[in-house]
Ligand binder design. Sequence first.
Ligand code: NAP
Length: 280
Amino acid sequence: MADQNTFGIAGLLGWPVAHSRSPVIHNHWLAHYGIAGRYVLFPVPPEKLEAAVRGIATLGLRGCNVTTPHKQAIFPLVDRVDELARKIGAINTVVVEKDGTLIGFNNDGNGFIQSLRDADPKWRPDSGPIVVLGAGGAARAVVASLAAQGAKEIRVANRTLDKAQEIADAVGPVVKVLPWKQREEALEDIALLANATSLGMAGKPPLDISLDRLPKRALVGDLIYIPPETPLLAAARLHGNITVNGLGLLLNQARPAFNAWFGVMPEITPALRQAIAATF
Ligand code: NAP
């Protein structure tokens, strides 16, 4: 538990880090809850990661977020890795214990799931089959977290089939691997469609998928938040589905990290959403 009586510092380890919205989120919460502290950016190139991580406890930081390209490389540098982060194969949050022990977590998948529940409180991970498009780091976090929260069947379709198979091998038999060309027929009876590819991001081509077979009761989530409404989400909204963009993931993964570092579970308020929107 963090000591509320001293100035607390946390930050983001990555290379590059300048584009990150995490300082806006955490510094908004620090101000809102009257906590003396600051969230800062730590641009750390790969060859300096080990030295940087060794300094986290020595310098008295509360912890840090971890982003590209360090999410896997940091594994051997922390003292303990939480079970979900181990299954995901990536760490996005480090918490420093009172005795200086470094513990690695990954809150990305749970953050995405929470954002879906915020949008549709009736939906649960076991509401019905799930289709996840993509098999990169973000997909793996989402699939492992959905499985940990009780999903019964997760169909993972990816252009490179081997990468989808790697997720199935790591997560277990609830994951069914599908060739990319079967992504439309897989939609027939699902309760959630999640896009974890980079298709639809600003500057990238849109995701090519017909939603004709998608049930209208299914939730459609996109991990992308720039643009706020991807072509997939626009099509799903017109189809009648509830849609969720990736901003909810970003905000919800930050809550448990802030709580661990600063001792308050923060709320996602309209003022915070406005502060983030102002950065786009
Ligand atoms: P990644 O590891 O690079 O994975 C990219 C995925 O997109 C892979 O599955 C890749 O397929 C697929 N893809 C790329 N181009 C494609 C194409 N032309 N056709 C079909 N599939 C294609 O990236 P990541 O870190 O997992 O991130 C994935 C997305 O999630 C990104 O848009 C990222 O911005 C978003 N994200 C959002 C948050 C958030 O806070 N909201 C957090 C993390 C990630 P192959 O395996 O075949 O290459």
